[in-house]
Design a protein around this ligand. Structure first.
Ligand code: AMP
Length: 456
């Protein structure tokens, strides 16, 4: 779960990449970086921290060239490492290259062991380093062929932007698990980004999504060249719509906010509750709660206030800090809630920490009844395709039924959206990656294999 951007043929490419990363800050807050190419050299600047803190005007000015690639890194639940930021840059036989990657390779450790066996050395835990090694070791004479060589070896979920001193290559895996869109900049040039909300900020026009299994090549003075290098088998990630993406983004033709509204309406059909008010868990549950309230015909109220100066709950790795952070972040409007029967809607239930505290908070605020509703199915399997989920044992729904969880959290009831309810809300015109809910690991890996949140 990261954000990537690639800008080609633009004046001040580093500034365009900066704003795109700023718009996609929600996809990763741990570290950020940009590299640019001016035809002769690649320059890179990356650091831990948020986009607006990391880059100064002079840092952006020093990133020269009309091609820029950038990355926001998500802080995973495991060990944090200062090295693990992107772009990843290398000098190799054909010159210089820089790479950004969003996703998770399912054969990372096989590839890594093989490379280490042959003498390769690694400085980070990132799969991106595997990718750069595979390109550097290929015997092909052109970078594009080396990239194809590398792509034959990797498995799993990836969106890649690779920069040489004069070209830019963009690839989306054949399942199209992670999102990636192509846009055209107003003053000339192209942009690819994980989410279309980046286009809105930089004034780019959306062209289309990068197709699953497609490679785009950008070269000066030429139109972008598209090659379908793998047979597409689209499985866009349902979790992008449920939680991860920004509501104003359009992923594979579907607006995220609208999908969340539909999930909420479906949840009202499947799991109604007799309540006076519907409240969202801000901000992640807002759109689904609006849909749920519309579906029930009950007033929707912003009955819980969010302190916006606290980061996302998941960012802190230890359980104690996570507990405290929910309280730091959310606070109920007592006079609105006291004596009322309320439904509280969140987008997903992972460990159960957030919901448990919210139920307690609402009861302490005097709610007569609290009915928890989750606008996603039960998460029973860790994602191996780029969403940071904890181990199977830590997922509360693998160990407990909804009734047990409700009783543990002190809620009067708990209801989830069904898998069918989710897919019918998203639209039955395509197959989605539902791995966290159904354990169907179609792109490799399994529930026990090391995922993106486990560092060896
Ligand atoms: P938990 O408290 O562990 O049950 O986590 C549920 C909360 O975390 C919900 O409010 C979600 O919006 C949010 N959430 C779900 N998945 C993720 C994720 N992969 N990273 C960060 N937050 C998440």
């Amino acid at each position: 779960m990261c954000a990537i951007v690639g800008v080609f043929g633009a004046k001040k490419a580093s500034t365009v990449a900066y704003y795109a990363l700023f718009a996609m800050q929600h996809r990763g807050q741990e570290a950020t970086g940009i590299s640019t190419a001016d035809g002769e050299h690649i320059s890179i600047y990356k650091k831990k921290g948020m986009v607006s803190d990391v880059f100064s005007q002079s840092a952006l000015d020093n990133l020269r060239g009309d091609c820029a690639i950038g990355h926001n890194r998500y802080s995973t639940a495991g060990k944090q490492s200062t090295n693990d930021s992107q772009p990843v840059f290398a000098k190799y036989k054909l010159g210089e290259m820089s790479i950004v990657h969003n996703g998770n390779l399912t054969n990372k450790y096989e590839i890594r062991d093989e490379l280490i066996e042959k003498g390769a050395i690694f400085q980070t835990d990132m799969d991106t380093e595997n990718i750069i090694h595979l390109i550097a070791k290929s015997q092909e004479g052109h970078l594009v062929d080396r990239i194809r060589d590398m792509l034959e070896k990797i498995k799993g979920a990836y969106c890649l932007v690779i920069q040489s001193r004069s070209k830019m290559f963009v690839v989306r895996d054949r399942f199209g698990i992670r999102p990636l869109s192509l846009g055209k900049l107003k003053d000339g040039g192209w942009i690819v980004a994980s989410e279309t909300c980046a286009f809105d900020l930089v004034g780019a026009e959306f062209v289309r999504d990068v197709r699953p299994g497609e490679m785009l090549t950008f070269e000066e003075g030429k139109e972008p060249c598209s090659k379908q290098i793998f047979d597409p088998d689209p499985h866009p990630c349902a979790f992008e719509y449920i939680y991860f993406a920004r509501p104003d983004s359009i992923i594979d033709g579907k607006n995220v906010y609208e999908m969340r509204l539909k999930m909420g309406r479906k949840l009202a059909e499947e799991m109604p509750a007799e309540v006076d008010l519907v409240l969202p868990v801000p901000d992640s549950g807002v759109a689904a709660a609006k849909g749920y309230a519309d579906g029930l015909g009950v007033p929707f109220e912003m009955g819980i206030v969010r302190n916006h100066y606290v980061g996302r709950t998941f960012i802190e790795p230890t359980q104690e800090i996570r507990d405290l952070k929910v309280k730091l972040k959310l606070s109920p409007i007592k006079h609105m809630i006291a004596g009322k029967k309320v439904a509280i809607i969140d987008d997903s239930l992972v460990r159960g920490t957030t919901s448990k505290q919210i139920v307690r908070m609402l009861k302490e605020a005097g709610a007569a009844e609290v009915h928890m509703r989750i606008a996603a199915p039960e998460i029973k399997y860790p994602c191996r395709y780029g969403i940071d989920t904890p181990t199977k044992q830590e997922l509360i729904s693998t160990r407990h039924t909804p009734e047990e969880i409700a009783s543990d959290m002190g809620a009067d009831s708990l209801g989830f959206l069904s898998i069918e309810g989710l897919t019918s809300s998203l639209g039955t015109d395509r197959t989605y990656s539902l791995v966290s809910f159904d354990g169907h690991y179609f792109a490799g890996g399994n529930a026990e294999s090391p995922g993106c949140s486990i560092f060896l």
